[in-house]
Ligand binder design. Structure first.
Ligand SMILES: Nc1ncnc2c1ncn2[C@@H]1O[C@H](COP(=O)(O)OP(=O)(O)OP(=O)(O)O)[C@@H](O)[C@H]1O
Length: 904
């Protein structure tokens, strides 16, 4: 990013001589040197010099020039009316945009109009609806550290969601970052020495080192205190206070507040930029939630879809998203991102979902009502920032109007959670009534031009409007009155934007014009006049209109302030409606897709007829599978050909746990599950070319994280560990990992592998068992049954899959020949080694596919200790020749080949 533009050099050279306007621009560029300043000049936002060139190039607009006594400056302007799309382009290109608006009415000042930066638009602090691309949260983060701990704060400025946490280990922080996926981060002074912030936040996040001062304990503490009271009672560690304080300062700064020196804090604490709607700071310990790090979120496709074959387009959240409003959608994301560990809370959600599953009518009623719920969090944040218009207030009132009906719909609820929601849903009746009494039903976008406040709400306003109305009526009647008085039938009364009201008389009737008419304008065939009374009336109308508009704006602001004062209650209501919406969505999905209520808290995984929630929607006939892990047998080695369903099965077990702990029902006939503290995944990786790490390196790094972080309550998915290195090394690592997880950790583990040797671990390690996926051969073609069964698979069918994928016949045939040859040769040598320690077996297996044929438990010769001699090899090959089906030529060739080998 080359965001720091600073003031243009050319202006710096003659800074003292700049025109007043350019001097303003120059100073703003100096002050906001980390941003691209867009400077209002009338209906445009202008940029000059280097910034202008950037804007012109990125936004594809013309680069022009501005010339004054001090020189010529490159200039590019974007129209204010649709500035958003241009700003979006600049954000995408990595800029912060400082919007410098005219803060005085140009008509009312002589000389240069004052301009001030009213907001700094950055990727993580967006509040503009047009720039927020989805209802999902958009977070900005702050990270800091002392030498001991790391503190992380996360804030969604558009909704007021604010979180803080801390950890000793930067990896734990990276995991939390992964959950929230902030769009932007500021980092404190010591972070650079302790870790690589770009690594922690990832490439999609704009990371900037920020003013050290605001991270100081006292400065930060004071700021946190000004919002939420004593920081020490709220937060667990100084690093959390530092991160939260700095983040608040940054958020204020982007809302046009001052960047904080100690003195300025007191000023901003009450002034411009303050985020009054921030009422809650949620301090949490990552250990309170099932941990899903970035790798797991990604590989389980909870939010983002990886580019893999099949099940197009859908993520877990999409699949579950039957929410009716934006509040619910965000809450759903949060529940999936942070599944619970507390059994009681999990059960609480399940009980509520169960009740809703069983009551279609209530569910439908609630869905209907919740569809009418606006995004209260963003509305109240706009209200508190003074950016809400009258329509926003009406939307808020409309939402409040739905609350009593929502309450009524769950009045008889029996589950604790629904009953509690019924009890605590707060209709804020007074707020709704105030808005409904004061604000018109269909107000305009603008709040300063009248038509906002209802007649009858305010006497002063009504009087002014009456004066305006009667004045206009008098003028409306004037044409008829004057025609009668003067006898001029063609006399016209009309209004002109510049000259105001006039009476028009054609030249033919000039002699009938009365004395009191004063000439104003001469046209080709007519004259326009005013009378003193018309002038007086006009002034009266104008004054009344002006004062009425002002009065309306004042009344509107009063109502808006009154609503803002209740922002905490509105936020609490938003949270409850969101909860209800997610519960209803869970109920809907469960009812429509045949999910069951899981029991949680035992020590076994016992899923009957489980399905993958996403894949089952894309497959016409999804095959349900059981999953059974007992307290004593927690490690499954899964074999089966490519495409047989191993990955799908493993993910479905993990997703079932995630869903259950998020509070949802699960796609299965029945399910008993433990409370899983963390899901680890090590499933296929793409090369991190930019990061300079090979597939194997990534694989090993992820594996290292798993081995150091997993507990006996964790769920581990391992897919093809050791694929990126030689088969012997890979197998050795796979076996050693199996032993370690089995002996030392005891986590629930699903390990899919093509190393059939690994299935032997089931014989040696009591907690390990084998599963495999079955396939059938029908007319020479492989049919995948997608059915899991105990034991190990017999063959890999890699070549058949290659054929299905469209590899040319010649290559497929050649592969078969090679494979047959190798099988013949290796089955002999294999007999000597399978079942021993793979790390020391030293035999030359050359690919995963081949290794898949090793160690199938039910092959009797697997365990035989025979040594591979040439004779044994030859005899086997001879035995395997199927003379009955060979052509004479093939028989001749085979014989010649064998003879040749004996001769050697
Ligand atoms: N239980 C099932 N019922 C129906 N179709 C399934 C089932 N499981 C998987 N499939 C289908 O089979 C495809 C392959 O499954 P999956 O990717 O799980 O295979 P795999 O054994 O892990 O393959 P590989 O070893 O190549 O990674 C999936 O994309 C899905 O469309």
């Amino acid at each position: 990013m080359d965001a720091a533009l600073g003031p243009p050099e050319k202006m710096a050279e003659n800074a003292d001589e700049l025109t007043p306007m350019m001097s303003q621009y120059f100073e703003l560029c100096e002050r906001y040197d980390d941003s691209l300043v867009l400077f209002q000049v009338g209906d445009f936002y202008e940029a000059f010099e280097a910034a202008a060139e950037k804007v012109a190039r990125l936004c594809e607009i013309t680069l022009t020039k501005r010339e004054d006594s001090t020189g010529q400056y490159a200039m590019a302007g974007i129209p204010i009316d649709n500035a958003e799309s241009y700003v979006e382009t600049l954000l995408d290109a990595g800029y912060r945009v400082a919007v410098a608006d005219q803060v005085e009415d140009p008509d009312e000042v002589s000389g240069v109009v004052e301009r001030a930066v009213t907001r700094i638009i950055t990727p993580g602090t967006l509040t503009e609806d047009a720039l927020l691309r989805s209802p999902d949260n958009n977070y900005v983060a702050a990270l800091t550290t002392d030498s001991r701990r790391f503190g992380l704060a996360l804030l969604d400025v558009s909704t007021g969601d604010f979180y803080a946490t801390s950890a000793n280990d930067v990896d734990a922080i990276a995991d939390e970052v992964g959950r929230f996926a902030p769009a932007e981060a500021i980092v404190g002074p010591n972070v650079a020495g302790a870790t690589d912030a770009d690594d922690v936040f990832g490439p999609a996040c704009m990371v900037t080192p920020y003013d050290e001062h605001v991270f100081e304990r006292d400065v930060a503490g004071e700021r946190v205190g000004s919002y939420f009271g004593d920081p020490d009672s709220l937060l667990a560690d100084d690093v959390e206070v530092r991160a939260c304080g700095a983040l608040l300062e940054y958020a204020e700064y982007t809302r046009g507040g001052q960047s904080g020196t100690a003195d300025e804090i007191a000023e901003t604490a009450t002034g411009h930029g303050r985020l009054d709607y921030l009422n809650h700071l949620t301090r949490y310990d990552p250990r309170e939630y099932m941990l899903l790090d970035a790798v797991a979120l990604d590989s389980l496709e909870l939010f983002e879809r990886r580019s893999v074959r099949g099940h197009e387009g859908r993520t877990l959240v999409d699949t579950l998203d039957e929410t009716a409003c934006a509040l619910g959608r965000r809450q759903l994301n949060d529940w999936i991102r942070r599944p619970l560990l507390d059994e009681e809370r999990i059960e609480g959600r399940h009980a509520a979902v169960e009740e809703l599953v069983g009551d279609v009518q209530t569910r439908e009623r609630l869905r209907d009502l919740l569809t009418d719920v606006y995004d209260l969090e963003r509305l109240i944040s706009r209200v508190s920032r003074g950016r809400a218009n009258a329509r926003d207030l009406r939307s808020l009132a409309a939402t409040l109007g739905v609350v009593p009906e929502v309450k009524a719909a769950i009045a008889d609820a029996e589950s604790d959670l629904l009953a509690d929601l019924h009890e605590t849903l707060d209709p804020l009746t007074a707020v709704r009534e105030e808005i409904e009494h004061a604000i018109r039903e269909d107000p305009p976008q603008e709040v300063t031009e009248g038509n906002v406040v209802k007649p009858g709400y305010d006497e002063t306003l009504d009087d002014l409007r009456e004066t305006e109305r009667s004045g206009k009526q008098w003028i409306a009647d004037l044409q008829a009155d004057e025609r009668e008085r003067t006898g001029i039938e063609s006399l016209k009364v009309d209004h002109h934007a510049v000259h105001g009201y006039y009476i028009e008389v054609t030249d033919a009737n000039a002699d009938l014009v009365p004395e009191d008419y004063q000439r104003r304008q001469t046209l080709k065939n007519a004259e326009r006049y005013v009378t003193p009374e018309l002038k007086d009336r006009e002034d009266e109308i104008f004054r009344a209109e002006q004062r009425a508009d002002d009065r309306e704006y004042e009344l509107f602001r009063q109502v808006r302030d009154d609503v803002a004062a209740e922002s905490e209650r509105v936020q609490a209501l938003a949270d409850r409606l969101a909860t209800l919406d997610v519960l209803v969505a869970f109920g809907e999905v469960a009812a429509n897709h045949d999910y069951c209520r899981p029991s949680v808290g035992g020590e076994a995984i016992d899923v009957e007829g489980g399905r993958h929630p996403v894949v089952e929607r894309a497959e016409d006939s999804f095959v349900p599978n059981d999953a059974r892990f007992t307290p004593d047998q927690r490690f499954a080695v899964i074999t089966g050909p490519n495409m047989s369903g191993k990955s799908t099965y493993m993910r479905q077990v993990a997703l079932t746990c995630v869903l259950a702990q998020a509070g949802s029902f699960v796609p299965a006939r029945s399910a008993a599950l433990p409370v899983v503290d963390r899901v680890f995944t090590r499933v296929g990786a793409s090369d991190d070319i930019a990061g300079g790490r090979s597939t194997f390196m990534i694989e090993m790094t992820e594996l290292a994280d798993i081995l150091s972080g997993a507990t006996e309550d964790s769920l581990i998915l391992l897919d093809e560990v050791g694929r990126g290195t030689s088969t012997a090394d890979g197998l050795a690592i796979a076996r050693a990992v199996t032993e370690h997880v089995h002996d030392e950790i005891g986590a629930y583990t699903l390990f899919a592998t093509h190393h059939h040797e690994l299935t032997a671990a089931a014989d040696d390690l009591t907690g390990v068992f084998t599963l495999h996926f079955e396939t059938r051969q029908v007319d020479g073609e492989v049919v995948f049954e997608h059915r899991v069964a105990p034991g190990a698979a017999a063959a890999s069918y890699g070549v058949e899959v290659a054929k299905m994928a469209g590899i040319p016949d010649a290559v497929v045939d050649r592969s078969r020949t090679l494979l047959d040859d190798e099988r013949a040769a290796d089955s002999v040598s294999d007999a000597a080694t399978v079942g021993g320690d793979p790390a020391t077996n030293g035999h030359g297996v050359t690919s995963d596919q081949e290794s898949a044929d090793y160690g199938a438990k039910d092959e009797p010769d697997d365990q035989s200790p025979a040594a591979p001699t040439d004779d044994a090899r030859l005899s086997k090959e001879l035995r395997d020749l199927d003379v009955a089906t060979m052509t004479p030529l093939e028989a001749m060739n085979a014989l010649a080949e064998l003879k040749e080998r004996v001769d050697d």
